[in-house]
Design a protein around this ligand. Structure first.
Ligand SMILES: *Cc1c(COP(=O)(O)O)cnc(C)c1O
Length: 432
């Protein structure tokens, strides 16, 4: 009935998430409110592990892309499942450190890391730093030397795959601000350079071809390109790369009409490509890292709002204005990302109206979505926007000096706050 099995309707006709009545959550914690289903997050991580076991002899590790949803409790959850993290800033690294995360299971990304961030990463023993460019490599070499250590790195490469076209186009992505291009020779030169650095240990190579990708072919093609490059390095430099990081980007179901391939299928097909290609190229099968973000948390999360005014503009549209905004969900104003919504307290009724759900910010473009099927909504109704677990809380802001909502985890019929709602004093806490 809903886009994800963890959403349901109870006997009272209210929407539930992970078995918990969303109208009760709204009453207890207030709105807007982010709610995350802990079991679904854990089960999804376990499905990834199972796939590695089943299709690749368990020679792989999941690094949750923490930019999709990062807070102390999420880091603890990921650690308790035995997975790693992909972090992209000192703030994400600091959160992991404070959560007691095993830092050797952290990969540190970023296309413009500061010296402070590089030092922090080394001090806290991150597993590998994913180096984006040559100036970063030389800064890192100096920093590692000063600190008397050898920094373990991967290189971020551009395999030249444009995943947003529906075919794998091999040249589309040279124009990207991330990483080294393979086809220009830039990546090869970087590997040579790294091998000559005393305080750098090149452990692997990385690529990430995009996000919310529904096709399998671009992933298969990226794996092939990376493995061919590994073979080229082996043949020309006598150095064998033993770790391959294939990034994230698995698509999820936001709308009824979306039909993403279950990620087990990606895992099966890409593992098969890797095994076959390695044999063909005469290289050892690398240890594989993947960095899923959205596919782990998106469906696990919803946002609850209270409806305020209803504005019917004849022959134009009906606005339902909610007590949230682009400050808690900037994805519509950024990318026109679409979501399904439900009136939580009328969830068993048909969604027989088409409305625009608008936020409360001083921007006409501050919409949660347009032309959305919804039950007849009036002031005081609770509106649930589904599949907001990824890139909503993590992209939220204080625009209009709005307080960021709380994040609540539900599990086994119970709920608990994992991020408190910001107070008014939080809003002015850094003002002097
Ligand atoms: C954003 C990102 C990911 C995660 O992407 P999802 O689409 O959320 O799975 C993984 N790796 C890198 C390098 C990223 O930038």
């Amino acid at each position: 009935m809903f886009i994800s099995d963890n959403y349901d309707v109870n006997a009272q006709g209210n929407l539930t998430i992970g078995g918990v009545d969303t109208t009760e959550l709204a009453a207890e914690y207030g709105t807007p409110l982010y709610v995350m289903d802990e079991d679904l997050i854990r089960n999804t991580l376990r499905r990834f592990h199972e796939s590695f076991k089943k299709y690749y002899d368990g020679k792989g590790e999941v690094h949750f892309a923490s930019k999709a949803f990062c807070c102390l409790e999420m880091c603890r959850l990921v650690a308790s499942e035995g997975d790693g993290l992909d972090a992209v800033s000192i703030g994400e690294l600091y959160t992991a450190v404070k959560a007691g995360f095993p830092m050797e299971k952290v990969g540190f990304h970023g296309n413009n890391k500061t010296d402070e961030e590089l030092r922090f990463a080394i001090e806290h023993g991150v597993g590998h730093i994913i180096v984006d460019n040559l100036s970063e490599l030389s800064r890192l070499e100096k920093i590692a030397k000063d600190m008397g250590v050898k920094a373990r790195i991967m290189f971020r490469l551009k395999p030249g795959i444009d995943a947003h076209t529906h075919k794998a186009v091999m040249t589309g992505q040279i124009d990207s601000k991330f990483g080294f291009a393979i086809e220009t020779g830039e990546a090869f030169d970087a590997v040579k350079e790294a091998l000559s650095c005393e305080n750098i240990e090149l452990s692997g190579l990385h690529c990430h071809i995009g996000s919310q990708i529904f096709d399998i072919e671009p992933f298969e093609e990226a794996a092939r390109v990376m493995l061919r490059f590994i073979a080229d390095v082996k043949n020309k430099l006598g150095f064998e790369v033993k770790e391959l990081n294939l990034g994230g980007g698995f698509g999820i179901k936001y709308l009824e009409e979306h039909d993403p391939v279950p990620f087990e299928v990606y895992m099966e097909r890409v593992s098969a490509v890797v095994s076959k290609e390695c044999e063909k190229l005469g290289i050892i099968k690398p240890f594989i890292f993947i960095e899923p973000g959205r596919s782990i948390v998106a469906s696990a999360g919803i946002t609850l709002y209270e409806a305020g005014s209803r504005k019917e503009i004849p022959n134009t549209r009906t606005y339902i204005i909610v007590d949230g905004s682009m400050a808690d969900n900037p994805r519509y104003i950024l990318y026109e990302s679409e979501y399904e919504a439900v009136v939580a307290n009328k969830a068993s009724q048909p969604r027989d109206e088409r409305v625009t759900i608008a936020g409360r910010c001083c921007e006409s473009g501050d919409l949660i979505g347009e032309n959305m099927p919804l039950q007849h909504a009036e002031a005081g109704d609770i509106i649930a926007v589904l599949a907001t677990g990824a890139y909503n809380y993590s992209m939220s802001s204080n625009y209009n000096r709005l307080q960021k909502p709380a994040v609540v985890f539900v599990k086994d019929g119970k709920s608990r706050v994992v991020v408190k709602r910001e107070s008014l004093d939080d809003i002015i806490s850094n003002d002097v």
